[in-house]
Each structure stands twice: as structure tokens, then as C-alpha cells.
Design a protein around this ligand. Structure first.
Ligand code: RB5
Length: 146
């Protein structure tokens, strides 16, 4: 698995923290920015990461903004993307098990900093369950064309 990661100014420091963790585990990633704490517009970064995921099955995305919400709204407009706002270990697990989420959206202002890495690890290590969820996940693309 390779990771495409991106953040706006609100998520920048959390992105750096996640990158340090990925480096420590030799997990390959591409950083799509932002590269500083100056105010930027989250759709730019969400769109880049979403396209990286949509164009390569081996890539999973991680996006961080203040709440994770703007990132998920944008990423979910890209065909093939299932972006989930996750704020706990439980939602990290369920977004993979049931929804086969391929982009993890985190809120730097809404998640306790000490939980972030645990949430990322849980999300990366949990596999899609398939089975009864397959029909529903397929229905998302069938109904929306995305
Ligand atoms: C930026 O202030 C904030 O609106 C953004 O990081 C994000 O939370 C949007 O969903």
C-alpha cells in the first residue's frame, strides 16, 4: 500500500506528524501539500489526493483539514473515491470493513492529538469485509455514476 497525503493549513501539522510515523514504518507516501501553515483552500489538496487514489488501486489517501468535512465533500466528487470522515478507532475500522473507504479524512481541530496515529494505523490495517457490503458499495457507483 502506498499513501497519498494532503492537508490545508489547519491540517498541516497533523500531516507532518503522520508523515513522521509513515517514515518510521517505511511506508511509501507522496505528499501533495500544503507545505506551510499559511491559509490555503482545502479543495485544491483534496482534489489532488483523490485523483492520485482514483488513478492507482495501490494508493490510499489521507486528507486532513480542520474537521475533515471539506476534504471529504471534495474528494467524494471524484469518480471511484469513497472518502470517510473518521473521528474514532471505531469509525476508522467501520469505514474500511463496511464502506471500503479509500480516503481517510481527519479533523485536526476535532480529534484529540494523541488519538491520531492510532486512528491512522487502525484504518490502514483494517481490510474491507466484502460479503453483504459488496452490493451496497457497488450501488453507490451504480446510482451516482461516481
Ligand atoms: C479552514 O478554516 C477550515 O474551514 C477547513 O480546514 C476545514 O475544516 C473545512 O472543512
Amino acid at each position: 500500500m502506498k499513501i497519498a497525503i494532503g492537508a490545508d493549513h489547519a491540517g498541516y501539522l497533523v500531516k507532518e506528524k503522520i508523515k513522521n510515523f509513515l517514515n518510521s514504518k517505511d511506508i511509501e507516501f507522496t505528499d501533495y501539500g500544503t507545505f506551510k501553515e499559511e491559509s490555503v483552500d482545502y479543495p485544491e489538496f483534496a482534489f489532488k489526493v483523490a485523483n492520485a487514489v482514483a488513478n492507482d488501486d495501490t494508493v490510499m489517501g489521507i486528507l486532513i483539514c480542520g474537521t475533515g468535512i471539506g476534504m471529504s465533500i471534495t474528494a467524494n466528487k471524484v469518480k471511484g473515491i469513497r472518502a470517510a470522515v473518521v473521528n474514532s478507532i471505531e469509525t476508522a475500522e467501520l469505514s474500511r470493513l463496511h464502506n471500503n473507504a479509500n480516503v481517510l479524512c481527519l479533523g485536526a481541530r476535532t480529534i484529540e492529538p494523541e488519538r491520531i496515529i492510532e486512528i491512522v494505523v487502525t484504518w490502514m490495517n483494517t481490510s474491507y469485509e466484502g460479503g453483504r457490503h459488496e452490493k451496497r458499495v457497488n450501488l453507490i457507483s451504480k446510482l451516482t455514476g461516481l
